[in-house]
Design a protein around this ligand. Structure first.
Ligand SMILES: *Cc1c(COP(=O)(O)O)cnc(C)c1O
Length: 353
């Protein structure tokens, strides 16, 4: 018991050492709902309008939504943070851990563009190590960076956007074990993957944040709801720094509604995965297509003879895909649509002269 307590204290110290001093000392905004959060009462404390349906401020800690997620993910409520999309989770990580103009972050390229943008907004240098030819992490290349104490954050996107593959979990564990900073594993596409989430590892590695989202498999990109799973200390810093009412009542309701209709989630996911296979087969029949990379996500990375030409042609046909040729030469990224949408894409490509 004593040992357990000491270990916990040690962990607390470790995380706190990584936190920016101004955030450690920050006195967070105390909202009216922080002081009293009972459901029953006469609420004359927050200058709200007494009339209407959306007149009250939402629950700042999204307890109903987190309770449901805690059940689904088998993790304590205290290990969950809800953000205004994963984008907020990424941005808050920079703000909690990286001193602008001084600390650094690291990721593996090609990957999701928001790490770059968020780093730049926060005036933090983002180092990039290229993934190998199989789009996996080259461990030899990362070892020298373990010595650099100014690297506070490390992003691993798995399944990776835009390459579509899941990153080898043994490589991720090697990094978690050896890297002294915070590791964010962005699992935006994990529900489409044959591989399991690494969520269970947050109890083993106190420097791990798992980021997921309602935007992809849950079909709620418009609602802007992302979630981070991490140990309680990290979550408490996220709560300290976030805007008090960062997730609107409408968005919390939308996410809860999705969780209460798991059958729709399952049906849509199965349909998307089946359509992905059909689309891949159809694409591989076309002369213009050189390669379709394996995908654990709801998109395909497709190598063409000339990505720029095909991209421009498709836009003219009112079919919009993502040109990724600057990241992976001559590649476009195609999101899996409905059967009709995918067929229109394939037909457009077939009709190209
Ligand atoms: C789409 C995507 C997200 C989702 O971001 P939200 O802000 O939650 O919509 C996160 N990470 C990656 C890698 C993505 O491709």
């Amino acid at each position: 018991m004593q040992l357990h307590l000491d270990l916990k204290k040690l962990t607390m110290c470790k995380i706190e050492k990584l936190v920016r001093p101004n955030i450690l000392n920050l006195l967070p905004y105390s909202s009216a709902r922080d002081e009293f959060n009972g459901k029953e009462g006469i609420f004359l404390d927050a200058n709200e309008n007494p009339y209407g349906n959306l007149n009250r401020y939402p629950d700042p800690y999204q307890i109903e939504l987190k309770t449901k997620l805690a059940q689904l993910k088998q993790t304590p409520l205290e290990t969950i943070f809800i953000g205004n999309g994963s984008d907020e989770i990424i941005d808050l990580a920079f703000r909690i851990f990286c001193e602008p103009g001084k600390d650094k972050a690291l990721t593996f390229s090609p990957t999701y563009g928001m790490y770059d943008v968020s780093a730049a907004i926060n005036n933090v240098e983002l180092l990039k190590i290229p993934l190998n030819d199989s789009f996996q992490i080259d461990l030899q290349k990362i070892i020298p960076f373990f010595m650099d104490a100014s690297i506070k954050l490390l992003f691993i996107c798995s399944p990776n956007n835009p390459t579509g593959n899941t990153i080898d979990s043994k490589a991720i564990e090697f990094i978690l074990h050896n890297f002294k900073g915070i590791v964010i594993v962005d699992e935006a596409y994990i529900d489409f993957s044959k591989d399991a989430s690494l969520l269970g590892l947050i109890t083993t590695y106190t420097n791990l944040i798992i980021s997921q989202t309602f935007s992809k498999a849950w079909g709620l990109a418009a609602a802007r709801v992302g979630m981070a799973y991490a140990n309680e200390t990290i979550v408490s810093f996220y709560n300290k720094v976030k805007p008090p009412y960062n997730v609107s009542e409408l968005n919390q309701k939308a996410a809860l509604n999705a969780l209460n209709n798991q059958n729709i989630f399952d049906e849509n996911r199965s349909a998307i995965l089946a359509e992905k296979q059909i689309l891949k087969t159809e694409l591989l029949k076309l002369n213009v297509v050189r390669n379709v990379y394996p995908s654990d996500a709801n998109f395909l990375l497709v190598e063409l003879e000339n990505a720029n030409e095909v991209y421009t042609y498709l836009v003219e046909q009112q079919v919009v895909v993502r040109n990724r040729t600057t990241q992976v030469k001559n590649c476009i990224r195609i999101s899996v649509g409905t059967s009709e949408e995918n067929q229109k894409l394939v037909t457009a490509l077939k009709n190209r002269v």
